[in-house]
Write a protein that binds this ligand. Structure first.
Ligand SMILES: Nc1ncnc2c1ncn2[C@@H]1O[C@H](COP(=O)(O)OP(=O)(O)O)[C@@H](O)[C@H]1O
Ligand SMILES: [Mg+2]
Length: 156
């Protein structure tokens, strides 16, 4: 299967695209987000939260917090490794626990997590095409994540 490419023209459209994944996400799914600052990774994770029925008032504004945990249809863990070029060794056990846990994990700057990523994860690459345009490329890394890509493709 080929990666799925979608272009969005507003932050709302990026959130809506992410929210579509919500009903299909299951405990243990990992969504690995890569893309430069301002490409929409945080918008995307907030869309995932919406799709997982996280109460909106709980969803934090973009911040430099490494971990946010949200209750939803399936609990969502939002990791943001912005500040962490190199993973501090003392964080590794906690990160590994999140990545192996019964939540959905969405990680910004996921490349920095590379050695810890599970055998199957959904990669989402975001590129800035213009002020309000972003290109999102969805790639599976395993059967489960390709299934998510296929469902998203079929949803239009
Ligand atoms: N199509 C789009 N998708 C996502 N964000 C967009 C889009 N167009 C404009 N934006 C803006 O780009 C910024 C993306 O910010 P954010 O999601 O915090 O990026 P990142 O987490 O990748 O640094 C926001 O200010 C948002 O309003
Ligand atoms: Mg961000």
């Amino acid at each position: 299967m080929k990666p799925l490419v979608r272009v969005t023209r507003s932050p709302e459209a990026t959130r809506a695209l992410a929210a579509r994944l919500g009903p299909w996400l299951a405990p243990g799914d990992v969504v690995a987000l890569n893309g430069e600052l301002g490409s929409g990774k945080t918008e995307f994770v907030h869309g995932l939260a919406e799709g997982l029925k996280v109460p909106p008032h709980l969803v934090a504004s973009p911040s430099f917090t490494l971990v946010h945990e949200y209750p939803g249809r399936v609990p969502l863990v939002h990791l943001d490794l912005y500040r962490l070029e190199d993973l501090p060794p003392e964080l590794l056990p906690d990160l590994e626990e999140y990545l192996a846990g019964p939540q959905v994990v969405a990680a910004e700057w996921a490349r920095r997590l590379a050695p810890l990523l599970p055998g199957d994860y959904l990669e989402v690459d975001l590129e800035i095409l213009g002020e309000n345009q972003r290109r999102l490329t969805f790639t599976g890394h395993g059967e489960r994540s390709w299934e998510l890509v296929r469902k998203l493709a079929e949803a239009g």
